[in-house]
Ligand binder design. Sequence first.
Ligand SMILES: NC(=O)c1ccc[n+]([C@@H]2O[C@H](COP(=O)([O-])OP(=O)(O)OC[C@H]3O[C@@H](n4cnc5c(N)ncnc54)[C@H](OP(=O)(O)O)[C@@H]3O)[C@@H](O)[C@H]2O)c1
Length: 232
Amino acid sequence: MTGSASGIGEATARRLAADGMTVAVHSRSSAAAGTALARDLGGTYYQADLADDEAAAGLVPRVLADHGRLDVLVNNAGISWPVPHADLAALPAADWRRLLDVNLIAPWLLCTAAVPALREAGGCIVNVTSHAGVRPKGSSIAYAASKAALNHMTKLLAAALGPDVRVNAVAPGLVDTPLTADWTAAQQLWATASPMRRAAQPSDVADLISALIHNGYVTGEVVLLDGGLNLR
Ligand SMILES: NC(=O)c1ccc[n+]([C@@H]2O[C@H](COP(=O)([O-])OP(=O)(O)OC[C@H]3O[C@@H](n4cnc5c(N)ncnc54)[C@H](OP(=O)(O)O)[C@@H]3O)[C@@H](O)[C@H]2O)c1
């Protein structure tokens, strides 16, 4: 479970542990929080910067060395910061590469490393994407494009890896996490314009990830979790 020291990842790690799984907790830099969570859950903590190809490719082998098997890969770690869509100059190539490295290439490297073990276990992959990868919106054009690509990769992998490995994505709208703590305009939008009149809680996303893991038939789906905002 990548990026599981806070936010959606932490809630999902807690939920999957409550479901009876042994969870490999991971983060980039918040090692103290990750270690404490892993201890709480009876799992193991791994630190790796997924912007680094070698570190990303090496994460699954580290988990396999400790635990001997892998049933589920949740690609949750991601980065995002607001850039006005009309301000093209504010999104230079280096920022595109940073976003694509963490949000798209790292999940690919993790899937590549995990698939042999997942095939053996009859396991599955869940990618945490975004409604910004489904509709033309989001914190920046590069972020939205990275998540749209991850949504498409989800479907392509599901077609390629079935029936051995199922691959799905959850595409949240706004979720109350440290990442979005000061996104007041988005918070206002969800509170007033979405049918559910609130942002999601991390546990809402965790519940959906758990459901996708436990359903043995659904594959290739990108499930929007936006409180209905995109109906309007
Ligand atoms: N919150 C929302 O409204 C929302 C909406 C749609 C989609 N999402 C997606 O949901 C996922 C989780 O978001 P969140 O809101 O829960 O964010 P968060 O609380 O900021 O957590 C992000 C996690 O990803 C890890 N991470 C970030 N960059 C990394 C890197 N280079 N290498 C390894 N790990 C890295 C972080 O580790 P450190 O703490 O050590 O940096 C942290 O554990 C992301 O993919 C995000 O795009 C969030």
